[in-house]
Design a binder for this molecule. Structure first.
Ligand SMILES: *Cc1c(COP(=O)(O)O)cnc(C)c1O
Length: 392
């Protein structure tokens, strides 16, 4: 037997027999695109967010990615040319690109170095007469101070769409992200997220008008609702196109995965918390800045476990990651901030000096593996590697 250990990837999904059986069942059912499973998944997701409590206004709209969901939410809110949308530079480009799809402009702001989330004071400083919306990102799975964000939004008459791609399940003052008072919240079921449908997302809102528009735009701008009053009389083949919509619907094959991933989410969450706690304990004495914790009583989804090398850490970040790879452990960086990417940098003339906290965090950060498919031995292996490199 070789002593060489297999490569431990940065992320892996955990797909069980129930998911596989449900997908097979879907394939055999004759209905493979959006249909009963997608509807069932939307209902199950709403029940999860509301903890089965009465909240008849909360609508969950399944889409084929979080990017699609963010686009639909902002479109439904009427964001367009001449408008500005404020978000964090320390995110994935999907958060911001959807604003450009609509011809509006992105205003990037810096993060709070304590939380790595958008700096709330910087939001307020960035507001202009053209500002229409704020898109906070619950980075790594730690909730943004939404009470402050919603306060600013109310004061300035702005819309709020939460990018909750990392935040399932995350709470703020014991309320799940997705149930707060923003206009819409969007979750991602991409392969490396806390639950997956391969590709997929969920747009969650309590705005009936937003929901109606998003459902129409999700599927080519097709509308049958105009005829709901006469349901019995509308032939099944009839529809009207009311706008040049998109192709953003979630397939039943993907929803089949989602139904069972969602059932397993509480167990997934416990495992993620366990691994994060093991890392916290093992790294406490190292020249590393550990990830910020959720306030007592709140849930951090632990989508990512992000270490930052302290100023007295002798190893450079790039070298740290190279050495982790040399030990057969995949790592990543979340994120190369948007202000460094050519498109965003050049379009808005951005410089690192405008985002000192994001820039410094970026230069010193790495994300280490944290996922439910890791064994205890995998976790110990990551711990040993990080300790050895950080102390070298
Ligand atoms: C993954 C991710 C997205 C996009 O999600 P998709 O489902 O892949 O479109 C958006 N924002 C953030 C912060 C993400 O991490």
């Amino acid at each position: 037997m070789s002593t060489e250990q297999a490569f431990l990837p940065f992320a892996l999904p955990e797909i069980g027999e129930e998911e596989i059986a449900e997908v097979v069942n879907t394939l055999k059912s004759g209905w493979v695109t959006t249909g009963p499973k997608a509807k069932q998944f939307e209902a199950a997701f709403a029940a999860f967010l509301t903890q089965n409590a009465e909240d008849s206004q909360l609508e969950c709209i399944a889409v084929n990615s979080a990017t699609a969901g963010l686009h639909l939410a902002l479109e439904a809110l009427g964001i367009g040319p001449g408008d500005e949308v404020i978000t964090t530079t320390h995110t994935f480009t999907a958060t911001a690109e959807v604003v450009r799809y609509l011809g509006a402009d992105v205003v990037l702001v810096d993060i709070d170095p304590a939380t790595l989330n958008i700096d709330v004071a910087a939001i307020e400083a960035a507001i202009t007469p053209r500002t229409k919306a704020i898109v906070p990102v619950h980075y790594a799975g730690l909730a943004v101070d939404m009470l402050a964000v919603l306060d600013i939004a109310r004061k300035h008459g702005l819309r709020v769409v939460e990018d909750a791609a990392h935040a399932l399940p995350t709470t703020l003052e014991k309320e799940l992200i997705g149930t707060l008072g923003s206009d819409a919240t969007v979750f991602s079921f991409y392969a490396n997220k806390t639950m997956t449908t391969g590709e997929g997302g969920m747009l969650v809102t309590r705005h009936a008008e937003l929901a109606k528009r998003a459902k129409v735009m999700r599927l080519h701008g097709m509308n049958r609702d105009a005829f709901d009053r006469f349901t019995a009389k509308v032939p099944s083949w009839y529809y009207e196109i009311v706008a040049p919509g998109f192709k953003y619907n979630l397939t039943d094959i993907a929803a089949a995965l989602g139904l069972h991933q969602l059932k397993r989410l509480p167990a997934f969450q416990l495992r993620r918390e366990q691994i994060a706690a093991a890392y916290d304990a093992a790294f406490a004495d190292l020249p590393l800045i550990l990830p910020p914790q959720a306030p007592e009583g709140d849930t951090h989804s632990w989508h990512l476990y992000v270490l930052r090398l302290a100023d007295d850490c002798a190893v450079e970040r790039d070298v740290f990651i190279e050495r982790m790879y040399a030990k057969g452990i995949g790592c990543s960086v979340h994120y190369i901030p948007l202000h460094l990417h050519p498109y965003w940098r050049d379009r808005y003339g951005l410089t690192p000096e405008q985002f000192p906290h994001s820039q410094k965090a970026y230069e010193r950060m790495l994300s280490i593996p944290l996922y439910t498919a890791m064994t205890d031995a995998d976790v110990q292996r990551v711990i040993a590697a990080v300790r050895e490199i950080a102390l070298s």
